[in-house]
Design a protein around this ligand. Structure first.
Ligand code: ADP
Length: 312
């Protein structure tokens, strides 16, 4: 039976400008992006990829659900009557992108009302969530989600957390940091990005970020740092650094971390080897930042390289 990879969070409707001056509709959101890349990378007979969220009952919600299904991902969605997905629009000005969001009332904020899929995971499966997942929930819902994740961990589910610090989604920085550490305490594997952690937690270097999450209860901390080395540290004292290959033409770093996480987690879930998993994460992220957009298709060749079968 395939193992399950269940990603938990929000997928939004994206309106992105086209060269013709119109807008193209897409679908993206940090934990969804990771599910989408995981589905492209993993063998379907090895890993079943699900996405736990909530949608409304309008046409946009139907489009979103259709997109998720067509991508081969199992939608594990609560349906909120009268609800709608969050939406964002990308603006282009002299080559610079800016974003405007309408997500404060999105149905995904009520995802904790149905955690059946999470409660159905068993030993060896993986549950993945992020700081954005936490930020969009109200406090009681955060408590429900963390309790369900702790129960899952007690059953042998590998719980994984990417802090993905986004101060604008939180009431205060203090709130963000407090809940980030509470969420991380529910996780065995934590996948932070150093740049954000340095700003909000004052970590002097990636090793300090890793140590803070290990002290908070994680078993494995994998600290990404853009073009810098990925620092990996485990609670049993093992650790290593991996320098990503330089990327000559970076087109757009959107979803660098999300795609890294997907390749890392698929490799780790299938074979349990952190070094190979980091290498796969860097290979996929390099591919993704070479093109524009959050969801960059992965060809068969890219797939082989990302899954590490060509790159020794
Ligand atoms: P986030 O999107 O969370 O900010 P990071 O910027 O830390 O993520 O990057 C995640 C991964 O993407 C890195 O570990 C690295 O593998 C890859 N990456 C990001 N930027 C670059 C870059 N300029 N050159 C090479 N690899 C990069």
């Amino acid at each position: 039976m395939p193992r399950r990879f269940l990603s938990i969070g929000e997928c939004m409707i994206e309106f992105a400008p086209t060269p013709a001056g119109t807008y193209a509709v897409g679908f993206a959101g940090d934990t969804f992006n990771t599910a989408w890349y995981a589905r492209q990378l993993a063998d379907a007979d090895q890993i079943d990829v699900g996405f736990l969220s909530a949608v409304g009952d309008d046409d946009l919600s139907k489009q979103l659900t259709g997109f998720v299904k067509n991508a081969g991902i199992t939608p594990e969605f609560a349906t909120i009557r009268g609800g709608s997905p969050g939406v964002y629009m990308i603006f282009l000005s002299e080559g610079e992108r800016s974003f405007q969001y309408w997500r404060s009332q999105s149905a995904a904020r009520r995802l904790a009302e149905d955690l059946t899929a999470l409660k159905g995971l068993s030993a060896g499966d993986m549950a993945y969530f992020s700081g954005i997942t936490m930020a969009i929930l109200d406090e009681p819902a955060r408590g429900l989600l963390l309790a369900a994740l702790a129960e899952a961990a007690a059953r042998g589910v590998q719980v994984v957390f990417d802090p993905n610090l986004r101060p604008r989604l939180w009431r205060s920085n203090e709130d963000m940091c407090t809940w980030t550490m509470k969420a991380a305490a529910a996780a065995a594997i934590v996948l932070p990005s150093f740049e954000d952690e340095a700003v909000h937690f004052g970590d002097p270097d990636p090793a300090a970020t890793a140590q803070r999450y290990l002290d908070g209860g994680a078993r494995l901390a994998v600290v990404k740092d853009g073009e810098g080395p990925v620092v990996v540290q485990s609670s049993d004292g093992d650790g290593f650094r991996y320098q990503p290959a330089p990327v000559a033409a970076v087109a757009d770093t959107t979803a660098a971390g999300d795609s890294f996480n997907a390749a890392f987690l698929v490799e780790y879930l299938e074979r349990g080897r952190a070094r190979e998993a980091v290498r796969a994460g860097c290979a996929l992220a390099a591919h993704v930042i070479g093109s524009r957009g959050a969801l960059v298709p992965v060809s068969q060749l890219d797939l082989i390289a990302c899954r590490n079968r060509l790159s020794a």
